[in-house]
Design a protein around this ligand. Structure first.
Ligand code: NAD
Length: 351
């Protein structure tokens, strides 16, 4: 197995280094090769997604991604900004299924802004379609009407094939968990979403062992705050998933803990923490590496089919939390925080 390691900017190199240590400890034979991406890609090779980096990503079996974003490059034209790297990789590698688990560890219940009884034991997975919908639909633009006023317009659009493939991914993921899938749409108002519901329902016939339900997105937004534990797996379109997955991540209250995966049809995936490059703490050695380590665990589970190894990494993370180790972002008042490398050491020791 070959992993393309793309650390990126800010805290990216610090946190990916810890995930690399964990992967090496599990399998010293794993081949890992690093390449610059984002602001680092621009500085080294003049582009946020240099050709050599994209080539490495294409040839690898999975990508471990840190984070991109560098405020000092924000005045560059849009196509050269660091964040374009991630959009470029999604597009070039057809990464259409975004997995965002939201899990509340017992030790971190207090980090949530919601009441402990609402979030304690929470373990949900949101699957967001990533390459279609209103974010990519044509036509789009801003035009001037006959009366001289400007009008902005975008097009929500999904083909049956696009809905079907993400539905299959979601049903299969539900099979590996609690066998309950909730499809979120707006079928009462939008034709695109009526088709979404029809196609997801039809695909569901092939998975009689998975219980399928449907919710309108406005209700789902409420239910995520009211009773999030009713969900096992949620599948939804690009725009609704963008919003709901951020809402769900905040149920856990700790951005430094949340991993993600973006997969294509061959289970090839890009694995990254959901947070950004955190320039405010970059280079200080205090960033939380656990989201990246947990992203590596997702890689083992979804791209390499090594569920047991993934379980071991996740158990090691739970163990260090139970031991009381905390980086600054998750430390309760009065608790002395450990740094990035010390947290990595602790996970390795627990492994
Ligand atoms: P951010 O996620 O980088 O940081 C938000 C806050 O959370 C900061 O206070 C930061 O210190 C803290 N934080 C984030 N990750 C942490 C960690 N692992 N440990 C401890 N604390 C952590 O979001 P931002 O500040 O809005 O954006 C910074 C840059 O990152 C921007 O350039 C933005 O475009 C980019 N960004 C990139 C990605 C990505 O690479 N996928 C995602 C989001 C933002």
């Amino acid at each position: 197995m070959k992993i393309a390691v793309l650390p990126g900017d800010g805290i990216g190199p610090e946190i990916t280094a810890q995930a690399v240590r964990v992967l090496r400890a599990l399998d010293p034979k794993l081949e890992m090769e690093e390449a610059p991406v984002g602001g680092a890609g621009y500085r080294a090779l003049g582009h946020p997604l240099p050709e050599s980096t994209l080539k490495l990503a294409r040839e690898a079996d999975a990508i471990l991604f840190g984070a991109v974003g560098d405020f000092s490059l924000d005045s560059l034209p849009r196509e050269l900004r660091p964040e374009q790297a991630i959009l470029g990789l999604r597009k070039a590698l057809n990464l259409f299924a975004n997995f965002r688990p939201a899990l509340v560890y017992p030790e971190l219940v207090q980090a949530s802004t919601l009441k402990a009884e609402v979030v304690a034991g929470l373990d949900i997975l949101i699957i967001r379609e990533l390459t279609g919908d209103i974010y990519f639909g044509q036509p789009r633009g801003i035009r001037t009407l006959e009366n001289g006023e400007r009008e902005g317009f975008d097009t929500m659009r999904y083909s049956e094939a696009e809905i079907r493939r993400v539905a299959h991914v979601a049903f299969q993921a539900a099979r590996k968990r609690g066998r309950r899938l909730c499809s979120v749409d707006k079928a009462n108002v939008l034709d695109t979403m009526q088709l979404w519901r029809e196609v997801v329902t039809a695909v569901g016939k092939e998975y009689p062992d998975v219980e399928l339900s449907h919710q309108y997105v406005d209700n789902a937004a409420m239910q995520l705050l009211k009773n999030p534990k009713q969900f096992d797996v949620i599948v939804t379109g690009n725009m609704f998933g963008d919003i709901l997955s951020d809402e769900a991540s905040m149920l856990t209250g700790s951005i430094g803990m949340l991993p993600s995966a973006s997969l294509n049809e061959r289970n090839f995936g890009l694995y990254e923490p959901i947070h950004g490059s955190a320039p405010d703490i970059a280079g200080k050695g205090i960033a939380n590496p656990l989201a990246t380590i947990l992203s590596a665990a997702m890689m083992l589970r979804y791209s390499f089919g090594q569920g047991e190894a993934a379980d071991r990494v996740e158990a090691a993370v739970r163990k260090v939390l139970a031991q009381g180790l905390r980086t600054g972002d998750i430390a309760e008042p009065g608790v002395t925080a450990v740094g990035t490398a010390a947290m990595g050491d602790a996970v390795l020791a627990a492994l």
